[in-house]
Each structure stands twice: as structure tokens, then as C-alpha cells.
Design a protein around this ligand. Structure first.
Ligand code: PLP
Length: 345
């Protein structure tokens, strides 16, 4: 079998949820959008529910349907894209809670699903989703009369603790919602770490659960090992891969592993990617191709059967930094081809 193996440590995931939960005095939700940040939404959601999460967040209603099937009827599932045209039946049948983003959505919701739970998103300066000040002022009385389950907003710069946007958005959120007797939610992972001023009545972390920055203390959740398909000897001067981009300066033992840019190991990792055989680093050489990566294993005592890409010491953020992106994108790029193994207990 030549597929790489993606191992997801569900105990580490649960430990990260508990660690973030312990930082606040309020209930902690869990964001499981984009297939649980690429790690498998159903398994991830079930593990988080066992750890104690009761409120789950997805980007679109279709993702919510899968989570509802995985979790059964109890937990609340909230949809960030709100109530889009065409969502009504799914929201109703699967008891999903749309986080309404505009007056248009509020109207659609109250007309098509009167009495069905909803939350409201307020824009405090990110200018992505949510009602702006004037819209909110116009509909607040009507909307609050329908008893939304939560008022939420989202921080644009929470991963930079000293950024002036954080206190600015906090202040706007206060001014939009103070005195309202509906639970409020502002903090994702970064907001939890900013401290109690940002916690309000509930939180909704994502990336920190999956072991990514800005949660420095996160336990690593994803491990990735790639099988070696073939090893060969190169004489000094021979070249490797597409475009002849790497040339051996010494007699070289080369391993070709199964995994490439189609598996989220971006082509931009060329020249920056290190694979590991236990504690021994082995540099990838030449271009990253769609399904294969070539690795210099000259310094190993034996030919490896597997080489590791994600380890406890080389996490998603290290890999992301090596190709100019962020842990979020690294995780959600991992793709469907790996054999996924869920480790627990
Ligand atoms: C993705 C997302 C989150 C989770 O953010 P993290 O930085 O991953 O913790 C929270 N709220 C909204 C609106 C989001 O889009």
C-alpha cells in the first residue's frame, strides 16, 4: 500500500479542547468547519463531544448535516454562512442554527422558519460577515424580540495580541450589545488567549484544538508518515526530478516517497522541506511532484520504509512556515488520499 498515513491523535485533540476550556470561566464550543480543519469532521466532532463540547460550528449547512449525523440530536450546530437561499429545508430537518449575517437573511429566516432558532453576526470592523452598525440599529428590536441564541462577532487580528484592532473591536462589540440579555460570543482561539475581557458568555476555538498557532501550548494532533516506494544510488553529478533542479554533489542514496502537492505538500516546499527518520533529518531534494517527493537519505545507516513529514517536533506551523503559509492552510490542504488512522486511549 502506497498511501501516506495521517494519524490523528484524538486524545491530544480532547486535551487541547480542555486546555482552552480551562482558560475561561464560560462554555467552550468547537469549530469543525472544512472537514474538521482537514482531519475528519465526524471523528473530530465525536471526540470533542466526548470531551464536553456542546456547541459546534461549521461554515455551510451541508457541513452541519454531516455533523448532525455524527453527533445525533443533542448538540447545537451553528452555521457561519447563516441562512442562504436553498438552506431552509436542511436547517429545519437537521435542526441547524444559522448565524444570520444580514437583514436579508434575517427576513428570509423569520419568514421561512418562524420560531426556528438562530444567532446573529455583528460586524465590528472586519468587514467580512455580519450586520453593520446601522443595520443592527434598524432591526435590533425586532431581532431581539425573536430571542436569538447568541450575538457573535469575529476578531480580525486576534493572533497579534498587541494589535490595536483588538481593543477597537472589543469596544465596538460592547457598544453594539451592552445591556442586551442574549449570550455573546467573540473569541476564537486567539481571542481566548487575549484574556477574560474577550470571553463574554461563550467561546468558539478552532485551530488551537487541532494543535496550531496561536495556541502555543497546543498538543500536536496530526502526524504524517509517507511510505518509501523506491531507493536508488546516484553518482556525484547526477540530477533529480522535474526540471533537473537538484544535482548530487556527492554519491547519494535517494529515497522516493509517496506523497506530493496533490496531498497538500505544496510545491512551494521545494528546497525547504525536511522529512524525518526518527530523530534524523533527511532533506527533500528536487521538485515536489504531484504524487512523489525525493529525499536524500545518504546519512541514514539503512534504507527507511517510512519517512515522517508531520511529527511532534515538526508540526503544522513549521511546515507552513517552510512554504510561506499558515497552519490553518496546511491542515485544510492535506487532502483525501491519505489513510487516516484515529488514535485514542
Ligand atoms: C474559523 C472561525 C473561527 C475559528 O477560528 P480559529 O482561529 O481557528 O480558532 C471562529 N469564528 C469564525 C467566525 C470563524 O470563521
Amino acid at each position: 500500500m502506497a498511501t501516506g498515513q495521517l494519524t490523528i491523535d484524538l486524545d491530544a485533540l480532547a486535551a487541547n479542547w480542555r486546555a482552552l476550556d480551562a482558560r475561561t470561566a464560560v462554555p467552550t464550543g468547537a469549530v469543525v468547519k472544512a472537514d474538521g480543519y482537514g482531519l475528519g469532521a465526524e471523528r473530530v466532532a465525536r471526540a470533542l463531544a466526548r470531551a464536553g463540547a456542546r456547541t459546534f460550528y461549521v461554515a455551510v449547512a451541508e457541513e452541519g448535516a454531516a455533523i448532525r449525523q455524527a453527533l445525533g440530536p443533542g448538540p447545537e450546530i451553528r452555521v457561519f454562512s447563516g441562512h442562504m437561499a436553498g438552506d431552509t429545508e436542511m436547517l429545519a430537518d437537521l435542526a441547524l442554527t444559522p448565524m444570520l449575517t444580514s437583514i436579508e437573511q434575517l427576513t428570509r429566516h423569520l419568514e421561512s422558519l418562524p420560531g426556528h432558532p438562530f444567532g446573529l453576526q455583528l460586524d465590528t470592523g472586519m468587514n467580512r460577515l455580519g450586520l453593520e452598525w446601522q443595520d443592527w440599529a434598524a432591526v435590533a428590536v425586532i431581532a431581539l424580540g425573536q430571542r436569538p441564541v447568541v450575538l457573535m462577532s469575529h476578531l480580525a487580528c486576534a493572533d497579534e495580541p498587541d494589535h490595536p484592532m483588538n481593543p477597537y473591536q472589543l469596544d465596538v462589540f460592547h457598544r453594539m450589545t451592552d445591556g442586551v440579555s442574549v449570550p455573546r460570543c467573540l473569541a476564537a482561539t486567539g481571542g481566548i488567549l487575549l484574556g477574560p475581557d474577550y470571553h463574554f458568555d461563550e467561546t468558539r476555538p478552532g485551530i488551537g484544538l487541532y494543535g496550531g498557532l496561536p495556541f502555543e501550548g497546543a498538543a500536536p494532533v496530526a502526524r504524517l508518515d509517507l511510505p518509501v516506494v523506491q531507493c536508488r544510488d546516484l553518482a556525484a553529478g547526477e540530477v533529480v526530478g522535474y526540471g533537473n533542479s537538484w544535482q548530487a554533489e556527492r554519491p547519494t542514496r535517494l529515497a522516493t516517497v509517496s506523497g506530493g502537492y496533490a496531498d497538500g505538500l505544496h510545491r512551494a516546499l521545494q528546497g525547504e522541506l525536511t522529512l524525518w527518520f526518527g530523530d534524523t533529518p533527511c532533506p527533500a531534494v528536487g521538485r515536489v511532484s504531484m504524487d512523489l517527493i525525493t529525499v536524500d537519505v545518504t546519512d541514514l545507516a539503512e534504507d527507511p520504509d517510512w519517512l515522517s513529514v508531520l511529527t511532534d517536533s515538526q508540526g503544522v506551523d513549521a511546515l507552513a512556515a517552510a512554504c510561506g503559509t499558515i497552519g490553518y492552510e496546511m491542515l485544510t490542504s492535506l487532502g483525501a488520499r491519505y489513510a487516516r488512522r484515529y488514535a485514542s486511549g
